[in-house]
Design a protein around this ligand. Sequence first.
Ligand code: PRX
Length: 630
Amino acid sequence: MAERFDVKLIEKEKRYYPDPSYKENAWVKDYQKMYDEFIADPSAFWGKIAEELDWFSTWDRVMEWNYPYARWFLNAKLNITYNCLDRHAKNHRRNKAALIWRGENGEQRIYTYQQLYKAVMRCANGLKNLGVKKGDCVCIYMPLIPEQLIVMLACARIGAVHSVVFGGFGVSALNTRINDAQAKIVVTADIAMRRGKSIPLKSVVEDALINAPSVEKVVVLRRREPLVELQDMEIDYQEMIRDVPPECPPEVMDAEDTLFILYTSGSTGTPKGVVHTCGGYMVGTYYTTKNIFDLKENDVYWCTADPGWITGHSYILYGPLAAGATVFITELTPDFPDPGSWWKLIEDEGITVFYTAPTAIRMFMKMGESWPKKYNLGSLRILGSVGEPLNPEAFEWYYHVIGGGRCPIVDTWWQTETGMQMITTMIGEPMKPGFAGKPIPGVVADVITKDGKSVPPGKGGFLVIKEPWPAMLRTVYKNDERYRKYWYTLDNVYMAGDLAVKDAEGYIMILGRADDIIIVAGHNIGTAEVESALVSHKAVAEAAVIGKPDPVRGNIIKAFVILRVGFRAGEKLVSELQYHVRMMLGPIAVPSEIEFVDKLPKTRSGKIMRRVLKAKELGMDPGDISTLEE
Ligand code: PRX
């Protein structure tokens, strides 16, 4: 399959060189030298980085690799919040802004490190009063407000495992995640704000709890007057943190204790609970935040993701706070109240490092240069991209229009599973539009054939990681078989699930997924999850879902549906099915197109061949169809 993606790379290649001052002043001044140091002694390399952080007691060994299981910083004790809060609040960053939040109506909330530290300890004590103990799971289903991050940190403070569910997910997606993780507490808010409208969250939780016996209490942050009424098992957030002691000592965690579970779509109907642990994850996210964004003391850093995704966990919360950064967050969408809203925020807040997704960049391109041109973006120093390939056109626009031809772009490839950024072009190195770049020091990545051989330049293959890294997932919650599959699909390597090509200098271009996951506007959607949502509608007998390329969103979802007898195809049913998926899974999973068909292409063993549907839809060669039913 990979052969179909061979790319004529070399002659098209174009490169940009950042101003030499970037390299001179960067934390990493010589990529190759650092990479060589890493390869010469990986344990010494990671050990040295880990020493930049605070541990209650250090490790016996940096790493133990028992294929496919790794343990990092063996027997070391720590608490990640000590590194994100205490060590700044107790030192020179006490009064530095840790978090700046802006709401839709121009409201601003600022937490210094000291204030955030206090807020986290109160919340932690509040959770303790509700009976939350080390190892218990707390599900967080909240809007992008400071409390979302405070609750995450409060869980980490007391050793509770958080499972954050993106506030855009619907009832069934939330229910599945609560049940799989056996969450004891759910923390939510009455509403989220989106484009001037309030979106109910608490009512989604109420519906999701109809069949969720593990949940004992729901904490509700009430944002809107008059305050919404609370039910029996619900507690007001402010009430929870009212008469609690101001101090909460950090729970002593083993490096390999679980920090959080985060669900990501898989090729089967059920999402995978990716498990991350305390020590390695802290070291990996701290190291990458500091070095890839080249973060300096005076930077004002904005990552536009939602904490409901891994990007928010690693690069809004844990990495930047461990590095002592000023983190900006906002509930404002890029197009509200007008398409200049984000550029205005960059000007107002003096953002220096800006990390967003290609889908947002392409949306801005469509709206035209006049919007960013209205604002002074001169504070920007470094631009980042994540979530899907940054196509050369989007790269050029981002580089020239937003970065003023001045700012290096770090196109970072990584995954929920990797926990940390893995491939990019380090600051100061030549940038090639379309290519994410090379494996960072600390990571051994390659593009290989099915037989495990490195592909020659320009040939497509599977993107793999060849050595363990500290922030790697340790397992899939309650599904270790699935974890093993990452390492056993091809011998001795971690199979990322992406197709890629390499050029002669080792730069890697990511082409897209090799499996049944669709990346829609940077979000992973499993075809099987959408299909089962469709099939749960009374009119649907069978459904197959594919990703269809889209100039702004990367892909859109197209569904092919076979109806049950007695139901009539038509516009009305299309809307009804879309609404059904929206309610179950959330707006991000809604098929933009639905086509009613009589038959679906299947293998003789009855498996739907989505590849054939996709080829037909796009007018492409379907490849090998010898297993097709007829
Ligand atoms: O296909 C790759 C794509 O996003 C997938 C991981 O998705 P998720 O676990 O949701 O994490 C997204 C944020 C880290 C990858 O397998 N992807 C991520 N970053 C890039 C990318 N594709 C191309 N270029 C990237 N920079």
